[in-house]
Design a protein around this ligand. Sequence first.
Ligand code: NIG
Ligand code: FE
Length: 426
Amino acid sequence: MRTVDLIIDDIGTLVTLAGPPGPRSGAELGTVRSVPGAAIAIQDGEVVAAGPRREIVDRYRARRVHDAQGRLALPGFVDAHTHLVYARERIEEWEMRLAGADYVQIAEQGGGIRASVRQLRAASHAELLAGALARLDRMLASGTTTVEIKSGYGLSLEHERKSLEVIAALDRAHPIHCVPTFLGAHEVPDEYRHDRAGYVRLVIDQMLPALAPLARFCDVFCEAHVFDVAQARAILLAGRRHGLLPKLHADELAPTGGAELAAELGATSADHLVAVSEEGIRRLAAAGVIAVLLPGTCYFLRLGRRAPARAMVEAGVALALATDSNPGTSPTTSMPLVMSLACQELGLRPAEALVAATVNAACAIGEGARRGSLEPGKRADVLLCDAEDWRALPYHFGTNLVAQVFIGGELVWDEGRRVQPAGSTP
Ligand code: NIG
Ligand code: FE
C-alpha cells in the first residue's frame, strides 16, 4: 500500500481522457470514456492513478482525502488562445458594430486593436496586472486551469515588454498556469502607419532579440489589413532564430494563405481559420499543425461564416478550442460556452469539443506532456462539477456547472471563491 498526498474520493463520474500521447484527430478526437464511481490519487501535484475507486483505495492510502460528494470529475480546461492583458473593455465599439459598423473599418479609422494599444500604453504594470488577475479568476470559475496569453496591445519595444512582464507576473500570482506568446505583429501602430515595412523591421531587429526570453511562441496576425504572408513568414522565421515556436492568426477574415504558411513553417498551431481554403486544410493535416478554432469570435463579430470544422475533422486535422478572450472580438472567459458554440455553430460532437478543449488545446501550446488529461505523471488539474454526465457542460450553455477546481493537486476554487493556499497572503 503506497501513501500519497491526496485522494479525491467518491467521484460520481470520472473522465480522464487517457489516451495516446500527442494531438488527437479523426476517431480519437471523438472518443471520450467515463468511469462511474471513481477516485484520483495525487502525489507532488501530479496524478498517480485515476480510475474505479475500489482500485484506488485498495492500492493507496492518503494523507488527505477530499470528498467529491458524487460530483463529475474531469481535466481542467486549457484555453489555447487569449489576449488577456488589456487596459479597457471596448463596449462602445461593440455597440457601433451592432449599429452596422464593420470590424476592419473601425480598425482602419484608428479604433479596434489600435484603441487598445493607446489604452495599454497609458496603463501601469499594476493596473494591467489587476485587470488580468480578475479575468483569470473568472476563467478559473468556469474551469480553465491553463491559459496561453499573447502580448500585442503594446506594439513598441517598451510596451510589448510591459505586456510580457505582466504575463510573467500573472503566472506567479495566480494558480492558473500561463504560457506567454509574443504578438508584436498584431497591428501596425499609429506611429508606423505610413511605414509598415519599418514596423516589421522593428519587430525583427529590436523586439524579437530583446523579448524572446519572455515568451515561448511568436504569433502574427496575418490578414490583408495587417501583415501579409511574406511579412508573417519573415517575422516567424526571425522568431524561430530566437527560439520561439511559430503560431499564426490565419485566414480569419479572408483566405490569405495563412494556413498554407503555418504548414510550410511547421507551426505549432494555426488559429481562427474561418476562411481557410481546401488546400490549406489538406496542408494543415499533412504538416500536423493543430487548428485552434475560436467560435466565440464569429459569434461576437456576427461574421455569419464559420470555420469548416467538419471538413477539417474529415481531413484528419487535430482541432483545439479557445476563447480568444480579448476586448474587441471575444470578451468571453468561458471554455464551456466555447465548447457549446463549437457544437452548435461548428457542428462538433460533444466528445470532439471536450478533447479539443483539453488534450488538444494543451498540445497547441506545448503543454501536451504535462496537462490536458488525468493520466499518471500529468499535473493534477481537476474540475469537480455539478453534473452526472460530462456532456451537461456544453449542453447547459451559459450556465456554469464547475463547483471546485484543483490545480497541481491544490484546491484553488471552491464554490464561487478563490482558495488561498495556507501561508499565502490574499
Ligand atoms: O484574435 N485577430 C486578431 N486579434 C484578435 C482581436 C483583437 C482585438 O480586436 O482587440 C482576435 O480576434
Ligand atoms: Fe486572437
